[in-house]
Design a protein around this ligand. Structure first.
Ligand code: M6R
Length: 428
């Protein structure tokens, strides 16, 4: 909770963004603090005693949040993705020497860690799913991701050799914050991956890296997920180099990371190609999203974005799970969006697609560009640039988020503020 201050008024909010256009300074409230506002003057009390707190300036970054040439913040934020990559890597990756240069990552590599748990909610949780695959595959460290509201009430078995990563765009999500408190009380090592600088979770963690994605105004998270994935893969490479990851493999990955801003810009420049897909698929009221392995978390994320932005029912399954029940729902009225890129169990997913087609299902494939023989499997395809297989979770998001935005526009939805949702979920 923060108190926003200006010559014209005093404001209360859970998020600096919300008051950035009316306040010039803010004060952060800690646990058990109460603010009393009388005739525009505020006093902060802790257990009944007045406390003096120094206010901080609201930086120009918050004050300049505007839509620019875009109709909505959400679209603007999706178009900022190339910049998000650059911000996440600046001062952390040296693309010339293909090395990681960061004090926090160096310090983290010196810790004795034999397991990683990522704790998060919503889109941050889905980014965490991808992160666990990277920690296992790149760094060789067992890793798991937990929904914060489940983790908080599950039996907690603390381990001093586990790194607990708390991931949150806002840095204020209640379930994540309370989970962090619980882990800290047991003296375990906590690491924050947060966007909002100075937020509660960022301040509470022992160590951390900001995503530096810039202000995210749209209630549906977009660009910050890219920032989270960027930080997670950097951590995986850095931790991996202290283990079995070969320098030549790390360099190869870093070289591919360096190509991401340009490849994403190309995807954004080609957004007009999505128009027929938006037109056709806006007619449906139920969707499946399918992906497996590295693409499962991305499929979950894209399914959530379609739900949030369009209010259309969408469910996500691991493609391999389809035949264990959900297949019963397949018919010509329920399209499946299948994430199926080169190098991520594609042959297995191809069989899943054939099962759908045999039941008259419609399949929209997200595929690697230029593979004509693959296209025949689908009713429609969205092509994404070729990439290192380990980086494939990045690529389907931009076109699928833009499709969700396009459908939401056609249906007249409030894209920046979907019904019933809040940007920061500060209550359990
Ligand atoms: O600020 P956080 O990353 O902790 O927020 C977590 C979720 O509330 C958030 O990702 C939510 O699911 C978004 N609406 C997703 O677009």
């Amino acid at each position: 909770m923060i108190v926003g201050l200006s010559a014209d008024g005093t404001y209360l909010s859970s998020d600096i963004n919300a008051v950035s256009r009316v306040a010039t300074e803010f004060v952060t409230l800690e646990d058990h603090e109460i603010v009393r506002i009388i005739s525009g003057k505020y006093t902060i009390l802790s257990y009944g005693k007045e406390v003096n707190k120094v206010s901080e300036k609201i930086t120009s970054e918050f004050q300049t949040a505007h839509k620019g040439d875009y109709e909505t913040f959400t679209e603007k934020e999706i178009h900022e993705i190339p910049e998000v990559f650059r911000n996440a890597f600046t001062g952390r990756l040296n693309f010339e020497t293909q090395t990681i240069t960061n004090e926090t990552l160096d310090a983290l590599s010196d810790q004795e860690i034999d397991r990683i748990e990522i704790i998060a909610s919503g889109s941050s949780y889905f980014a965490g799913m991808v992160g666990t695959s990277w920690f296992k595959e790149i760094a060789g460290i067992p890793a798991d991701v937990r929904i914060s509201s489940e983790f908080l009430y599950d039996t907690f078995l603390p381990s001093k050799k586990t790194l607990y990563i708390f991931m949150s765009q806002s840095g204020e999500t209640a379930d994540v914050r309370e989970s962090l408190k619980m882990v800290k009380e047991k003296g375990c090592l906590t690491f924050g991956i947060v966007n909002v600088v100075g937020s509660t979770i960022a301040r509470m963690c022992d160590m951390g890296l900001y995503t530096h994605s810039g202000v995210e105004v749209g209630v549906a998270s977009t660009k910050n997920i890219i920032g989270q994935l960027s930080v997670l893969i950097l951590m995986a490479i850095s931790l991996g180099l202290k283990r079995e990851l070969q320098m030549k493999d790390a360099r190869e990955l870093i070289r591919h990371l360096g190509e991401l801003p340009e490849k994403f810009q190309k995807q954004l420049n080609n957004k007009h190609l999505l128009a027929p897909i938006i037109e056709k698929y806006s007619a449906f009221t139920n969707f499946f999203f399918l992906g497996r392995n590295l693409l499962y978390g991305t499929a979950q994320e894209c399914s959530l974005k379609l739900k949030e932005l369009t209010y259309i029912h969408a469910e996500c399954y691991s493609s391999g799970e389809l035949k264990h029940g959900p297949l019963a729902l397949i018919n010509s009225k329920m399209p499946s969006v299948v994430l199926n890129l080169k190098g991520v169990l594609r042959e297995k997913t191809n069989s899943n697609i054939k099962e759908i087609k045999a039941r008259n299902g419609i399949v929209l494939g997200v595929v690697t560009e230029g593979e004509q023989h693959q296209k025949d499997l689908y009713d429609d395809v969205i092509e994404v640039p070729t990439c290192h297989p380990l980086l494939s979770p990045f690529f389907p998001v931009t076109p699928l988020w833009l499709v969700a935005v396009g459908i939401a526009k056609k249906l007249g939805r409030d894209i920046d503020k979907p019904q019933n949702l809040a940007k920061s979920v500060t209550v359990e």
